[in-house]
Design a protein around this ligand. Sequence first.
Ligand code: NAD
Length: 259
Amino acid sequence: MDLGIAGKQALVCGASKGLGRGCAEALAAEGVHVTLVARGADALEATAEEIRRRTGVSVIAAACDITTAQGRQQALAACPQPDILVTNAGGPPTGDFRDWTREDWIAALDANMLTPIELIKATVDGMMARRFGRIINITSSAVKAPIDILGLSNGARSGLTGFVAGIARKTVASNVTINNLLPGQFDTDRLKKTLGAAAGAAGKPLEEVVEARRRQIPAQRFGNPAEFGAVCAFLCSVHAGYMTGQNILLDGGNYPGTF
Ligand code: NAD
């Protein structure tokens, strides 16, 4: 299927590794020019070079912290008129809510709620004026089914989800859709970290926890970033213009509900 987005410009955050990288690769494979954002310049430049070599699209690397005003300014200067925006940043730390301070909460809200909102605010009017826009927020399955040790994520991402539910109905008449992609368990550095924390909390060897988690997933495996990216690319396509304000769960069947 031709997704009809060749030549568009995408700003993809958290894109040197993991799910953000999966999205950037899938968009670039469709001929979309991508601006990649991540904090570490070396890993980012290596990813940018690989995507350039494989696809031939223009790839800009913007090394900055997207959770800061200065970082967002830098990212938007590198890609001032995105047609496609993928918001993403590192997830908050695991822990017990009794230990979290106001500063911990503000950091989680900044990264996983207010940063996507600021990026939407900076780009959505231009998309509406040009009558094409696709905004994808990478959130988490925790929005649908909370994860006990990830209370900061459960809370902050639910705030973003509520905001998006309202605004996504305002933009769609201008062919600008806003949807959230909810990863379950994908094989990335982040998953390794959260499984390590779970193993530590349970006092069990890491391999045992990884194996138990894998077996709990109906698909009997963790997801991979390429299949996450493929769904992202479809949601960014011309064919997905009638779909907005949705929360798309990608979890190998792990969520047990009918709806
Ligand atoms: P990852 O650690 O593999 O990759 C994160 C990417 O984001 C890296 O490129 C990193 O450099 C970049 N990044 C992190 N903080 C940044 C910042 N402040 N500014 C700019 N770039 C930043 O993580 P991932 O597994 O790809 O996860 C992406 C998001 O999805 C995270 O918010 C994570 O919590 C969430 N999530 C992941 C899973 C999973 O199973 N992997 C499950 C649920 C939710």
